[in-house]
Write a protein that binds this ligand. Structure first.
Ligand code: AMP
Ligand code: MG
Length: 357
């Protein structure tokens, strides 16, 4: 079976999916697509075939899992785990934790917090879910945007720097210091993608998932079974900067300043925060794409590498050669690692350069 299907980051995905409808020659099932809103973004799942049940069963299992995780991670739902964390009193400085300070959480929440913790270390603290108080100050948590005073940012950043989150994974609880709040916005969709890929594997299904800026290619790797993935042009988001070929069972995650921003006083303020300054990152990158089997890491890293900027991001890519990376820079370069094959530039303004790994 040969499949060439175009999976594009975000909006353009819809158009291209409709141009590759087919009835699978093995299972004789028609592909099935559902588009819905979850985790504050539009998601689309297309199941092409399965050898364990029907496409509809796979789709329903995936949508149920999305709903389960959304109920845990939505900071605005009063019985979610993230709400519980963000509204807990926390242990005051200099005080010892007591049993009353234990915040018991679902296993999924414990798992995502552990992944966030290891990526905090792996990225030299560029990825930090504890930035929530700063994110709130800018209004990126709920869309009430505004430019805070320098002193406000400094004060809140001090709270973030002192904040602490200790995970007791065996007993499934955490303890936080007073003032600690978390935002899973930079990692939740990657984690969700991994969970949905597990479902695809259980059902031996081929599926394409578009989860906001994240794409998950679920499907067996065979020699000519490749997907074609487009990366949005950050300078012209209606069009592509480039496209490339990928094998299945991988996540392709992109972060860019163009994804969420507001304008004030002639200046643009975007949603990816530099933990060192508390301001939107003044990055020399326009977008970062990470491709790999662990979508949770891809998601955390795409956010973090945007903050780190070109030089450090290139070093990081060299040190993580089981993943692939595409960096689109402000000076119109597309930097790509060797595992990105058949890269096609869709906008001649961009020049390709290789990152040796
Ligand atoms: P992404 O679109 O995956 O790059 O994630 C961006 C989202 O993650 C933002 O909307 C914030 O909720 C959150 N965020 C912003 N800056 C950071 C950071 N430096 N580390 C972790 N999460 C962040
Ligand atoms: Mg991310």
């Amino acid at each position: 079976m040969k499949r060439i299907c175009t999976a594009l980051i975000c909006v353009v995905l819809l158009l291209n999916l409709s141009s590759c409808a087919f009835v699978d020659s093995i299972s004789n099932q028609k592909e099935i697509t559902r588009t819905f809103t979850a985790m504050n973004t539009v998601m689309q799942i297309t199941v092409f075939n399965t050898s364990e049940g029907t496409n509809e069963e796979v789709l329903n299992a995936m949508v149920s899992r999305v709903e389960e995780l959304e109920k845990l991670f939505d900071p605005n739902l009063s019985d979610s785990d993230v709400y519980k964390i963000n509204n807990a009193k926390g242990v005051p400085a200099g005080k010892a934790a007591t049993d009353a300070d234990k915040i018991f959480l679902d296993e999924d929440t414990i798992n995502i917090l552990m992944a966030a913790g290891s990526n905090f270390d792996e990225t030299g603290h560029a990825f930090d879910i504890k930035l929530m108080p700063v994110i709130e100050l800018w209004g990126f948590d709920n869309g009430t945007y505004g430019v805070p005073e320098d002193t406000e940012i400094k004060n809140v950043l001090e709270i973030v720097e002192k904040s602490q989150l200790d995970i007791y994974s065996d007993e499934k609880y955490i303890v936080i210091s007073e003032g600690t709040k978390v935002s899973l916005g930079g990692i939740a969709k990657g984690f969700l993608g991994d969970e949905l890929l597990k479902i695809a594997r259980e059902y031996k299904a081929t599926a394409l998932l578009s989860l906001g800026g994240n794409i998950v290619l679920c499907g067996d790797k065979s020699t000519d079974d490749t997907w074609s993935v487009g990366i949005k042009n950050p300078a012209d988001t209606e069009n592509l900067a480039c496209s490339f070929k990928s094998k299945g069972n991988k996540s392709v995650v992109t972060s860019g300043a163009y994804e969420r921003y507001f304008e004030y006083g002639g200046k643009t303020y975007h949603h990816i925060i530099d933990p060192k300054t508390g301001y939107p990152s003044d990055s020399d990158l326009l977008s970062v794409t990470v491709v790999g089997e662990n979508g949770t890491n891809c998601d955390a890293w795409s956010t973090a590498l945007f903050v780190m900027g070109k030089e450090k991001a290139v070093e990081f890519a060299k040190e993580h050669n089981s993943y692939d990376f595409i960096f689109i820079t402000k000076d119109r370069e597309i930097l790509k690692t060797d595992g990105i094959t058949d890269l096609k530039v869709e906008d001649e303004a961009f020049k390709i350069k290789s990152i040796p790994q």
